[in-house]
Design a protein around this ligand. Structure first.
Ligand code: NAP
Length: 515
């Protein structure tokens, strides 16, 4: 939506093609119970219009999916965006013509749309991962995916429910479903680390204060590694050297405050194994102190590097396992054998189920991009160009694909940040690049192969300095069988912004232009 607004401001004509029937993206599709943002509302919002950020009133520290969707609708209406958004428009191919330098986008109904530029805004977590299980076609109940939730909702009353998957989506849904259903069985392949949200209504004085100094608040956030939480700076100590008392003091303070900044209590949580282990041990003890059944508590204690898979933020997750109507089935060593018409079999035992909730995540970062069917210069398909991983330059452009831009593409900080900030940064960068082409009378710009190779080395080099590549996360594509194992996002927002700005200042170093 911001890209459209920005194009209009630059005097360009633009159309948005959207497969959904409404605006909101993630917040349009992910309507599962408990869906809520884990970045504070006052930060997870647009900042391109001061009027907008002054007039919109968020009700809670962390906004619910319906509230964010209302916000997206408000933005669309306020800036009159819908007249250039074509809903229910599924893109099946985007092809570059080398002789005319024109892109042709094909829609599912066969319509063709020509343009000079194509900007992908398909999102990083928008292609649902729906694993198949033996016998699932015989299952007599209902199977729903958190990322493609039925708009009319799902009635869990009186039902036996299974949730498969314990990432952010599962962990948000589980406490709410447990309260509604007859019995909930959680099928956990890998235990996640999750910290409490401590969500609450927003204090009007706090909001007034932020709104009076919104630009300073935003500017501070932009200087942090994840473009969020500028008012809670990263600790200055190493968790590897502090005393047990100091470790407990810092982590308790962060735990009690709640949210993603938990890992920022120390300056080396994600780069020092000893520090990470001490923090992980502290959280494991916390889990044991909350969950009363010892066997369940042990199964819920993760044994991976904390933060390696994305940290989860919850409301009453561990407490939910103290309910009589909730059981945990650990499928880490003994996977789901099969579905039957009435349930799910693990280790020879059938768990009776009426509704299965797949909280199994997404083909992240590249899934939706590759589904666009992009064909670049010389007939090169994006899927072929990326057979070994999503090589690109700045996370914004790909060699062989002139005038094709990606918002929050792989190779940029995207999912490691408050993504609204990353989106804004990319929209503005892309708009300036197009304006540069126009003002210099050139037709196309394309990343050079050498600039791209250097960028790929840079992204891998930064990731290798961290503990991120040490587990089977979706950041690495490890959740999708057969996907190349490459760490896709780039840690460190401020350094990234500086590099992207440098490229602009150097008249787009690393790009080739044509008339
Ligand atoms: P996810 O983090 O990828 O979690 C998927 C879960 O499903 C994992 O526990 C995974 O186990 C399990 N799983 C996948 N395939 C399976 C299979 N074949 N059999 C059994 N278990 C299987 O997905 P998500 O929870 O949808 O979250 C994805 C990302 O979306 C988050 O990390 C976050 O960035 C974003 N998100 C944010 C919010 C928020 O703002 N609050 C909410 C939801 C999502 P393994 O770990 O063993 O693979």
């Amino acid at each position: 939506m911001y890209m459209l607004h920005s194009c209009r401001n630059a005097g360009l004509s633009a159309v948005v093609l959207e497969r959904g029937s409404g605006v909101g993206g993630t917040w349009y599709w992910n309507r599962y119970p408990g869906a809520r943002c884990d970045v504070p509302s006052l930060e997870y919002s647009y900042q391109f219009s001061d009027d907008l950020q002054q007039e919109w009133e968020w009700s809670e520290k962390y906004a619910t999916q319906p509230e964010i969707l209302r916000y997206a609708e408000h933005v669309a209406d306020r800036f009159d965006l819908k007249r250039d958004i074509r809903f229910d428009s599924l893109v099946t191919a985007i092809t570059f013509d080398d002789s005319t330098n024109v892109w042709t986008t094909t829609l599912a109904d066969g319509e063709l749309i020509e343009s000079d530029f194509v900007v992908s805004a398909v999102g990083c977590l928008s292609s649902a991962n729906r694993p198949r299980f033996a016998g699932d076609e015989e299952f007599g109940g209902r199977i729903v995916h958190t990322g493609e939730w039925p708009h009319e909702g799902v009635d869990f009353r009186g039902k036996n429910v299974a949730v498969i998957g314990t990432g952010s989506s599962g962990i948000q849904a589980i406490p709410i479903i447990a309260k509604e259903c007859s019995h909930l069985t959680v099928f956990q392949r890998t235990a996640s680390y999750t910290v409490p949200a401590h969500n609450a209504p927003l204090d009007p004085d706090y909001v007034r204060n932020i709104k009076a100094n919104y630009s300073t608040f935003r500017a501070k956030n932009m200087l942090t590694r994840a473009a969020l939480g500028g008012d809670t700076p990263t600790g200055t100590q190493s968790a590897s050297t502090v005393s047990d008392e100091e470790l407990d003091r810092v982590l308790s303070e962060r735990w009690n405050k709640g949210g993603l900044l938990f890992l920022g209590g120390f300056n080396d949580s994600m780069i020092n194994e000893t520090s990470n282990q001490r923090i992980a041990d502290w959280v494991r003890d916390k889990i044991a102190s909350i969950v009363t059944d010892e066997r369940t508590a042990r199964a819920l204690q993760p044994d991976t590097v904390i933060g390696c898979k994305r940290l989860v933020v919850d409301s009453g997750y561990y407490e939910t396992f103290n309910r009589d109507n909730v059981s945990l089935v650990d499928i880490g060593d003994k996977p789901i054998e099969r579905f039957t018409p009435t349930g799910i079999v693990v280790d020879g035992e059938e768990h009776m189920v009426d509704i299965v909730v797949l909280a199994t995540g997404f083909d992240a970062m590249t899934g939706s991009l590759l589904k666009l069917g992009v064909i670049g210069r010389d007939g090169l398909g994006l899927a072929d160009a990326w057979s070994a991983g999503p090589a690109n330059y700045l996370g914004l452009t790909v060699h062989g694909f002139p005038n094709f831009f990606m918002i929050t593409g792989p190779g940029s900080p995207s999912v490691l940040t408050n993504v609204l900030v990353s989106i804004q940064h990319h929209v503005e960068w892309i708009t300036r690049a197009i304006e540069h082409l126009r003002s210099t009378g050139q037709r196309t710009m394309e990343a050079t192969e050498s600039a791209q190779d250097e960028w790929v080395r840079h992204v891998n080099g930064v990731a290798d300095l961290t503990l991120f590549p040490t587990c089977n996360s979706w950041y690495l594509g490890a959740n999708i069988p057969g996907k190349p194992r490459i760490f896709m996002p780039l840690p460190g927002f401020p350094d990234y912004v500086a590099r992207a700005t440098d490229v602009e200042r150097s008249s787009y170093r690393g790009f080739a232009f044509s008339n």
